[in-house]
Design a protein around this ligand. Structure first.
Ligand SMILES: CC(C)(COP(=O)(O)OP(=O)(O)OC[C@H]1O[C@@H](n2cnc3c(N)ncnc32)[C@H](O)[C@@H]1OP(=O)(O)O)[C@@H](O)C(=O)NCCC(=O)NCCS
Length: 423
């Protein structure tokens, strides 16, 4: 629905078209101010739409998350991660042949060039796996120069297959490098998540067999993390892509953004918090501390979701499966008690603070035997499906231009250079 907004500044009134609840920021330039054409100032882009996207829909107030119109609850229950990746990329669920072909294209690209191993091996033993993953992904453009032909849709898609196929391999190598273990190559007999678990955890046994409940729990976690519209890392991917970059360089930037504790690192913080609380009897005291501003209840609250985070509800179901296999973790008791008290407490309800996706994902990852520094890597692997879909959408969007925000200059007015011995 198109509408208009009359904006008066000084003596002049301009009528600005309102489309989809937005005005075009460029239309504001019609209005002259003493400082130049009118613009918006929006640090963090909190109220600025930078793309038109048909991939992911979120309604934070209603707790709705949909990929291409399909509710996350249905996808998490019925779909597989690779099927969801297809959906994100192509806009429709695949038929049987399309799915088989997609799975084949991705799985046949799981091996990495041997030099990628050396790139990972060149890191110190204690290097963070996200740094190793970022370097490995960025390096891939040099192994597959066709990725630089960004105007060629076939070349783009081939490199999307490669990246989706190789992400788990590079993530597993980064993990095993930290443990000083030999790297495990992909196994063609295993599906995406199961093969990932094998590459991570296989020891001396000739064949790694993962409990199907753990495989499914990981698939569900992957589906939940696959996309989340224009978050910080997706915005980074699109911004780098806007300069004409290939999918590897763009997703390398996405990994960098995701590495930040404000973005991908919250579940690690939840685990730290649970350890600090230590026992059930200390939960009420911790909650009091949160209410008095001494601490934050990590895994609670969300910038977008103000009623509940639909992903948190789904994750809770996965928790039961993982703990049925791995045995109860005492930290889970603390988490459940924290959630029970907080959801019934005026401080949290009045601020619309509810459990978010990170509250239980860290506990699950720990039960799956991952060290905390791997948690963000476990986010990056599935989020790649979202990044490549958003990258592809960006490449087909004729309205897009190189990302280049404005600034409000606050520095000195022009002044003359002073030689060093006169300063
Ligand atoms: C996610 C988060 C950054 C969203 O922040 P936001 O939308 O900017 O909300 P604000 O920081 O403005 O918080 C609004 C109010 O709720 C309080 N609040 C928000 N999250 C809180 C939390 N987790 N624990 C305690 N209080 C919290 C703030 O102190 C503020 O209270 P005030 O109005 O009395 O000052 C924030 O909720 C948070 O830090 N959560 C914990 C970290 C986390 O789990 N992150 C993962 C998100 S997926």
């Amino acid at each position: 629905m198109a509408d208009s907004l009359d904006l008066t500044y000084g003596d002049a009134t301009q009528s600005l078209a309102v489309t989809d609840g937005t005005i075009r920021a460029a239309d504001l330039k019609k209005i002259q101010t003493p400082d130049g054409p009118l613009a918006t100032y929006d640090p963090g882009l909190l109220n600025t739409a930078s793309v038109r996207s048909a991939i992911t829909y979120i309604d934070g107030d209603a707790g709705i998350l949909e990929y291409r119109g399909y509710p996350i609850e249905q996808l998490a229950e019925k779909s597989t991660f690779l099927e969801v990746a297809y959906l994100l990329m192509h806009g429709e669920l695949p038929n049987k042949t399309e799915l088989e072909n997609w799975n084949y294209q991705i799985n046949r690209h799981r091996l990495v060039h041997e030099n990628v191993k050396q790139i990972i091996q060149a890191f110190r033993y204690d290097a963070h796996p996200m740094a190793k993953l970022m370097a490995a992904v960025a390096s891939m453009m040099t192994f597959y120069p066709s990725a630089r032909r960004v105007e060629d849709p076939d070349a783009r898609m081939r490199n999307v297959h490669r990246l989706l196929g190789k992400m788990p391999t590079m993530a597993a190598f980064a993990f095993r490098h930290g443990l000083g273990r030999h790297y495990i190559y992909p196994n063609d007999e295993l599906g995406y998540a199961e093969n990932f678990l094998a590459m991570l955890f296989q020891a001396q046994q000739p064949k790694y067999v993962a409990d199907p409940r753990l495989v499914r729990a990981l698939e569900v976690l992957f589906i939940l993390h696959a996309d989340h519209e224009q978050n910080c890392s997706t915005n980074a991917v699109r911004a780098v892509a806007s300069a004409g970059n290939d999918v590897y360089t763009s997703c390398g930037a996405g990994i960098g953004a995701l590495f930040g504790p404000l973005h991908g690192g919250a579940n690690e913080a939840v685990l730290k918090m649970l350890r600090e609380i230590g026992s059930l009897d200390r939960v009420p005291e911790f909650i009091e501390g949160v209410k008095n501003g001494k601490a934050r209840l990590m895994g609670f609250g969300h910038r977008v979701y103000k009623n509940y985070d639909p992903r948190a509800t789904i994750i809770k179901k996965a928790v039961d499966d993982v703990f049925a296999v791995r045995g109860m973790n005492p930290l889970l008791h603390i988490a459940v008690e924290l959630e029970r008290i907080a959801l019934d407490n005026e401080y949290f309800t009045s601020r619309r603070l509810y459990t978010n996706v990170d509250f239980y994902s860290g506990v699950i990852y720990e039960a799956l035997r991952f060290p905390p520094e791997m948690f963000t890597v476990l986010f990056a692997v599935p989020r790649t499906a979202g990044w490549v879909a958003q990258y592809e959408e960006h490449m087909g969007d004729t309205e897009q231009k190189i990302t280049r925000p404005k600034q409000i200059y606050t520095g000195y007015a022009k002044r003359d250079y002073v030689p060093v011995d006169e300063r």
